[in-house]
Design a protein around this ligand. Structure first.
Ligand code: AMP
Length: 274
């Protein structure tokens, strides 16, 4: 595995590759969810490039960028254990070269709701770094988790709007043995908070059961989810289409339930794709 920290070194490595390149962008603190994206990329491509970059542009003013976990050596070992070809761990200054640079703005209607309403400018930051990575790495395939549904849908939108020739591969959410979605933030949950967080998979399971029994009304399904989540602090819990617009009834392959809750101050996201 080659570990690359400089953009120019990665560009010259990429120039010499013959074959399909798969790309997995991450912020590190790797868990089985990230590893499943990497495994998908390895299965589909000749070369897999993984990036680990805690992107300052996607953190809001009141979010503590400094506190984001950075277990560098463990992350490197995990990538090695998967036999990743190239691990890109750039310095911030090599990605953002000046304070006055071309900016990417995420589409308002999709990016200023839900996560974007709570984390102002978050998706502008996500897209700004991704477009750089895509230009440097020139992947045929890029892998994103369905866990971050809004991010995935906005990235797909950028690919379409900017005519980028990259397949965005949506990967299923990996869960622990109690069905809680894996997240780098789960380490902040103590035992009691963890038990409370299990209301999230419980609510998704109940919504699924209702859908299987024929329910398709969004308000009814949202109510079921909310009742199961109580008394957790809910940021949002909504059924939307792939433009992130509220819909009255769910439609197969164009609707999802997205939710964000706070459990003892830890924000957890999850969703169900109908
Ligand atoms: P992050 O490091 O949090 O930016 O995540 C990097 C990628 O891993 C994103 O595409 C996430 O959606 C994806 N991811 C995060 N958690 C999971 C999970 N539990 N299962 C599958 N993919 C995940």
């Amino acid at each position: 595995m080659k570990i690359v920290t400089k953009v120019k070194d990665l560009i010259s490595l990429i120039k010499n590759i013959n074959g399909k390149v798969g790309f997995v962008p991450t912020m590190g603190a790797l868990h089985e969810g990230h590893l499943s994206l990497m495994q998908n990329s390895k299965n589909d491509n000749d070369i897999t490039v993984v990036s680990i970059f805690v992107n300052p542009r996607q953190f809001g003013e009141n979010e503590d960028l400094g506190k984001y976990p950075r277990p560098k050596n463990k992350d490197i070992s995990l990538c090695k254990s998967l036999d990743i070809d190239i691990l890109f761990m750039p310095e911030e200054s090599s990605i953002y070269q000046s304070s006055d640079e071309v900016r990417i703005l995420a589409p308002k209607n999709m990016a200023q709701v839900f996560e974007g309403e709570i984390r102002k400018g978050h998706f502008d930051g996500v897209l700004s770094v991704l477009i750089k990575f895509f230009n440097i790495i020139k992947p045929q395939n890029a892998y994103f988790g369905k866990k971050d549904a809004q991010q995935l849908l906005i990235v797909k939108h950028m690919i379409k709007d900017l005519f980028l020739d990259i397949n965005i591969i949506a990967c299923d959410t990996k869960r622990d043995k109690h069905n809680l979605a894996l997240s780098s933030r789960n380490i902040y949950l103590d035992k009691n908070a963890y038990n409370n967080a299990l209301k999230i998979p419980y609510s998704l399971e109940n919504v699924l059961q209702a859908v299987l029994s024929g329910e398709n009304n969004s308000i009814v399904l949202e109510k079921i989810a909310l009742e199961c989540l109580a008394p957790l602090e809910i940021d949002y819990c909504k059924i939307v289409d792939f433009n992130l617009e509220a819909i009255k009834t769910i439609k197969k392959d164009n609707s999802l339930l997205i939710l964000a809750v706070r459990v003892d101050g830890v924000r957890l996201l999850d969703n169900y794709w109908f």
